[in-house]
Design a protein around this ligand. Sequence first.
Ligand code: NAD
Length: 423
Amino acid sequence: MSGVNSALHDELNPLKAAEARFDIAAEKLAIDEGMQKVLRFPAREVTVNIPVQLDDGRIEVFTGYRVQHSIARGPAKGGIRYAPDVHIDEVRALASWMTWKCAVVNIPYGGGKGGIICDPSILSERELERITRRYTAELVEILGPELDVPAPDLGTNQQTMAWMMDTYSMHKRHTVTAVVTGKPIELGGSKGRTEATGRGCLFVTLEALKRFKIYPYNARVAVQGFGNVGGQSARLMAQAKMKVVSIIEWDGAVYNEDGLDIEALMLHKKETGSIIDFPGGENIDKNEALYLDVDVLVPAAKENVITQANAHKIQAKILCEGANGPTTALADPILREKGVFVIPDILANAGGVTVSYFEWVQDRQGYFWNEKLVNERLEEIMTQSFRDVVSFAEKHNVDNRTAAYMLALDRVLFTIKLRGLYA
Ligand code: NAD
């Protein structure tokens, strides 16, 4: 690999991105070398090779991982990803991300992540079920409401969680709903979970707007990604009277100066399969749409969207990171220089894991909350966490991302010391 290509590869590598942010925060907190090692290395990594018979009778072996980065503050918590490019480095990075995310919103979890190298788009429902059940059976000793609580991620969904819960329960000889979150409501899922990440983005954005003294009805918003996080963020922000002027998807972007009708756009996407040619807006260039002069930009599609190559073009005042890792570490100083107010991913999109925590609490109590209560408690946690991060940033004269990492590291470190986890 040439020098330039290798630098680019490093910039886009999620493990490097996580390490870069960790290093800055650890240095600012003056964490000693030994403790840095404790925080840096995953507590446990398990690799499983799962033999599964395919529908045509052939036997295939799939490799799966589960990484528990930290269990200092509570059970490991994090999604399971099914994708052909799942890599142990990525799983490690995502597991550590979960540790910091749970600590930022101060919920009693550590961080974990899992994945299976497979392509769900070419596997049948029955094959996916067999893979999921074998994977869960292999991990039965390390999973559990008190140990490690998976959730859906890319390529997995409510059905995957239902199979995991059932397989785990078969081994335990009784139903254990709290072993996974993101389940169907009928199997112990929580109301409000589907909208939770987008709703969390709304709550932190409203707090950021207050700091800029911008009323929601004057706020112009662009959202990249019109899936779960982006779609719900846009819908809820429009409901809160913000003007969502642009939605950006992989195949194009739409724009309306007066604000798009998000419900109508959702219907248009459902009917046509795309957001483009929406009668209530005009098609615009998807790359240029990222650089619109808006108050709020919500990258809610994928990682590595804002890099050192384009960060200088961002005009938004507030960047609410709905996706995981949409900004690379090398783009951070450029945004800081430009004065962009970043609500970092480990805070902005923590609404999802927060309502997962509520799901786990409800399952353990066997008592289910109504949606109003879920949303109120989510608002309380997101608003408080936003204030914690921003005041930490002001106190230590650092940017919001560094502050979020510092706060998270500090909280995890405090628990490790209090427990004497290294003794
Ligand atoms: P999703 O698959 O529902 O939606 C993603 C959307 O982004 C899709 O509509 C897709 O077409 C679009 N997209 C893909 N590539 C694009 C591109 N190059 N430009 C513009 N749009 C593009 O996924 P999601 O659940 O909404 O997750 C989005 C991001 O948020 C991911 O980074 C995920 O890890 C993160 N996240 C999700 C949750 C959650 O609760 N779903 C929680 C925390 C973080």
